[in-house]
Design a binder for this molecule. Structure first.
Ligand code: CAA
Length: 257
């Protein structure tokens, strides 16, 4: 990999993807996004991995799509490249993904963090969709996911002015799970990832799928989807293990089958 580092066994059952274009503030060029897509696909298939963390560095999670790569492009170039199909694939990852965010999470960087399932932010993190300042608008889900998290008025303000919000403000809106001192943001993300990794990976993935479904469909259909997944879990050994462990007053040992 040229622009990311991947550690499959960063902690027990936890993989880490680190964006690695520090000089460019981890600007998301096409190759980097392709590398994230490919490694997520591989990690999703690896039974040893149960939770995935995506992070950048202290200064920047990512300062957006690579403006220099896009500057000279026309509509048909953009259509042919179809860069957002990569994002669709990332969004299909079954295992939970935690974004560990410090510094700038702007434009595509904010969108990448929002495509993840949870966010741990350092107190220096800044979130924003500044595309409007360069004559365009968010294209990787910003107008949709930010609006769902922040509500119409605040999302509209950020998208139309390009202003940033702080980690604390993002926490207030429920965009991030928690804010911690900068030296702890990765550690805190690992702690959360490890906790989730002790659960049944099958139940975790079906629960993730069900929560995500609530953003796509109306309540009745969502409840139906949830119920099917709930019933499906009763054909997994992990369900027997989890419930027997409760009855026998011991800790469950989930094997993911
Ligand atoms: N694309 C390409 N290069 C970028 C970049 C980006 N999104 N963001 C930063 N860089 C580069 C800078 O060009 C600079 O490179 P050079 O040293 O070669 O000049 C280097 O990273 C460091 O950046 P700055 O010198 O600008 O650092 P700063 O601390 O003064 O400012 C910043 C930091 C406020 C984040 C500023 O870099 C900035 O405004 N970046 C662009 C943010 C942006 O507009 N993002 C949206 C991109 S479009 C998008 O994401 C579309 C989408 O929906 C997918």
């Amino acid at each position: 990999m040229e622009f990311i580092k991947v550690e499959k066994a960063y902690a027990k059952h936890v993989a880490l993807i680190q964006l690695n274009r520090p000089k460019e503030l981890n600007a998301l060029n096409l190759k980097l996004m392709g590398e994230i897509r490919d490694s997520l696909k591989e990690l999703d298939q690896d039974d040893e991995v149960r939770t995935i963390i995506i992070t950048g560095n202290e200064r920047a999670f990512a300062a957006g799509a690579d403006i220099k790569q896009m500057a000279g492009k026309g509509t048909i170039d953009m259509w042919k490249v179809d860069q957002f199909s990569t994002w669709d694939q990332i969004n299909k990852t079954r295992k939970p993904i935690i974004a560990a965010v410090s510094g700038f999470a702007l434009g595509g960087g904010c969108e990448l963090a929002m495509t993840c399932d949870m966010m741990i932010a350092s107190e220096t993190a800044q979130f924003g969709q500044p595309e409007i300042k360069i004559g365009v608008m968010p294209g990787a889900g910003g107008t949709q996911r930010l609006t769902k998290a922040l509500g119409k008025a605040k999302a509209m303000e950020l998208v139309l002015t390009g202003k940033f919000i702080s980690a604390e403000e993002a926490f207030g809106y429920g965009l991030v799970n928690r804010v911690v001192p900068v030296e702890l943001y990765l550690e805190e993300a690992v702690k959360l990832a490890k906790e989730i990794a002790t659960m049944s990976p099958i139940a975790v993935q079906m629960a993730k799928e069900s929560v995500k479904r609530s953003f796509e469909v109306h309540l009745e259909e969502g409840l139906h989807f949830e119920r099917k997944n709930f019933y499906m879990l009763f054909s997994a050994n992990d369900q027997k293990e989890g419930m027997n462990a409760f009855v026998e007053k011991r800790k469950p040992d989930f094997k993911g089958n």
